[in-house]
Design a protein around this ligand. Structure first.
Ligand SMILES: N[C@@H](CCC(=O)N[C@@H](CS)C(=O)NCC(=O)O)C(=O)O
Length: 238
């Protein structure tokens, strides 16, 4: 995992809930691909988990495998209708919301050497400033992976208030259970936590019950991510 990876945080919490002891191997963004290959993982992303001889990658695939290997406590409800609701929410969290803070920060990394330096320091990369200055190729690659264009980032920002309202509604109607958290709770609130860690995105989250819930569930998170978005794209900081 690396420190700023919100799906890795979600998987860490799944392991805690299941009572599975684990050892964290930290990989450094930019160097993560060879590191993951050396550890025997076929894919290039974190979270990546070695468990009972299986090599698992992707927060949803890991969640399913954990429920198979260690069914108690379950991360999805047994009742088929409730389960469908939770899995649908998990899917939305994974496919839509999870990309929002990642796409934005990758947009920022394209333009802002100080942000790259901050990320390098936070993740323990060697020579953070020099690395930041010489990582143009890598940051262009990651920005392409996330389609981090002005248009897409602005569309995410436009949709964010409505998406956070939707998360609040799912909390209120119990789709996102808190005691204990279910698969959708972990998928979605880890992303809300990542959003609220970013100086520019935090103002969107203020006053939303889901922000407090996310901060309680994931108290530790590297923050504040320095500001990098144009002031006119985001609400004024409170
Ligand atoms: N949807 C995947 C996303 C995994 C992902 O993109 N992780 C990021 C860190 S948050 C990563 O490893 N990025 C490196 C890369 O894309 O090469 C999941 O839930 O596991």
């Amino acid at each position: 995992m690396f420190a700023v990876s919100h799906p890795s945080r979600a998987v860490g919490k799944m392991l805690e809930l299941k009572g599975i002891e684990y050892e964290v191997a930290k990989v450094v963004p930019g160097f993560h691909l060879p590191q993951l290959r050396l550890l025997g993982f076929p894919g290039g992303t974190v979270p990546a988990l070695r468990l009972d001889g299986r090599k698992l990658q992707g927060s949803v695939a890991i969640r399913r495998a954990l429920d198979e290997i260690r069914p108690d406590p379950p991360l999805v409800p047994a009742d088929p209708e409730e389960r469908r609701r939770v899995e649908e929410a998990e899917h939305w969290g994974h496919e839509v919301l999870q990309e929002v803070p990642r796409r934005a920060i990758r947009w920022g990394m394209l333009r802002d050497v100080d942000l790259r330096t901050w990320l390098n320091r936070t993740t323990g990369a060697p020579m953070p400033r020099l690395g930041a200055r010489t990582s143009g190729f890598a940051v262009r690659y990651f920005a392409r992976l996330s389609d981090s264009t002005d248009e897409n980032v602005r569309a995410d920002l436009d949709a964010l208030p409505g998406n956070l309202d939707r998360v609040d509604e799912m909390l209120a109607d119990g789709t996102l259970a808190l005691d204990p958290p279910n698969a959708a709770t972990l998928q979605i609130l880890s992303t809300v936590r990542a959003i609220s860690a970013q100086t520019d995105l935090r103002p969107f989250t203020l006053g939303h019950p889901c922000t407090d819930a996310a901060r309680r569930l994931f108290p530790e998170y590297p923050e504040p991510v320095p500001s990098y978005l144009p002031a006119e794209w985001v609400p004024a900081a409170a």
